[in-house]
Design a protein around this ligand. Structure first.
Ligand code: FES
Length: 356
């Protein structure tokens, strides 16, 4: 809607028409539709649990509303927030069919040295387990062009468990007749999930396995031959995304859309200090670390989830100092009210005092 190119006229017009309506709601202090949606939570029950990768590190879960009925709608690229029994909040892409409103399906790879969320899910979610989720949000939307755009070529690139948001995307692209292809990269064939499902798409899907090649995929491997006005959708590890960003930087006619499942690298960081107001502890945040890392050195219970600035679960209140806000989870008003995201936001030197 707001990018440089390929605006859809219908959506742009609807956006312009809706703004006055939203302003009136704000003026009347009524909840806007967007705020109502973001507050929604849903109790669900696990009704199926399947091993999806032969090496058993990836398990998928079918989640149905605990009280019956249908699940709220979602679109390819959407994710769910899962509130785990321990209180952890974790995000997982929905990998099922948006047209089937009877359930959501997510897939979770066990990360042995991760923050504990994937282990908790693997060990404690069984058929019959109930848990609370937040209804879907989408930070990685698929845009397949509008009535006023030229035919499009879409290249999907997935690394490992990054296949989960890509699965509903390729189904959507296939359904509307877009010229698409998928390169699915992984350590070995046994480490890849959903390969049986992908086999139905024939030679549009190609696997690229590290144990059959020398080293990680190059930009040429990832992209193949892409005509101008193509789009690339990638979900995978940071080196894969950086390879694509570097290769496509000079090609302004190709749109790159990506979702990370690890924190982004710190760009232009300088060292600064964080003071914890409750006991006066002063922590130094090195130029190549996040404030959240420094806080978790002394407060292991500090909450976090995405570590990319979009979920808001790490937010703290700032009592003093001049922040360099980063990430999109906070509104301008919340920033003005002193909210701060230590997973991505920083300070340009000096000291920040936080209410911890
Ligand atoms: S952990 Fe998600 S915004 Fe900080």
């Amino acid at each position: 809607m707001w990018g440089r190119r390929r605006h859809d006229r219908l959506v742009t017009t609807l956006d312009r028409l809706s703004l006055p309506y939203v302003r009136v709601l704000r003026h009347l202090h009524l909840p806007s539709p967007r705020r109502q949606a973001s507050d929604d939570s849903l109790r669900v029950v696990v009704t199926d649990r399947r091993i999806e990768a032969v090496d058993e590190n990836v398990v998928s879960f079918r989640l149905e509303p605990a009280g019956g009925g249908t699940v709220p709608p979602w679109y390819p690229g959407a994710h769910l927030d899962l509130l785990l029994p321990s209180g952890r909040l974790r995000q997982y892409s929905i990998c099922g069919d948006p047209a089937d409103r009877s359930h959501y399906r997510i897939a979770v790879r066990l990360i042995p040295d991760g923050g504990g969320g994937s282990r908790e899910i693997h060990e404690s979610l069984h058929v019959g387990t109930e848990l609370t989720i937040r209804t879907p949000r989408n930070a990685f939307p698929l845009t397949l062009g509008g009535h006023n755009t030229r035919p499009q070529t879409v290249r999907f690139v997935a690394g490992g468990i990054g296949i989960t948001p890509i699965l509903p995307m390729i189904a959507a692209a296939d359904r509307v007749g877009v010229d698409w292809s998928l390169l699915y990269c992984g350590r070995s064939r046994e480490s890849l999930a959903f390969t049986d499902h992908l086999a139905a798409f024939g030679d549009r899907v190609r696997l690229r396995l590290d144990d059959e090649h020398d080293g990680p995929p190059t930009a040429d491997d990832l992209l193949g031959t892409l005509p101008d006005d193509s789009s690339v959708y990638c979900c995978g590890p940071a080196p894969m995304i950086e390879t694509l960003r570097t290769a496509l930087g000079p090609r302004r006619t190709v749109g790159l859309h990506y979702e990370r499942f690890a924190p982004p690298p710190i760009v232009d960081g300088t060292a600064f200090e964080i003071e914890l107001a409750t006991d006066g502890t002063v922590l130094t945040v090195a130029a190549d670390r996040t404030a959240l890392d420094a806080i978790r050195d002394v407060r292991r219970d500090a909450t976090y989830s995405c570590r990319q600035g979009f979920c808001g679960s790490c937010r703290v209140t700032l009592l003093d100092g001049t922040p360099d806000h980063r990430g999109g989870a906070l509104s301008e008003r919340e920033r003005a009210d002193g909210q701060f995201l230590p997973c991505v936001s920083r300070a340009d030197g000096g000291r920040l005092v936080v209410d911890l």
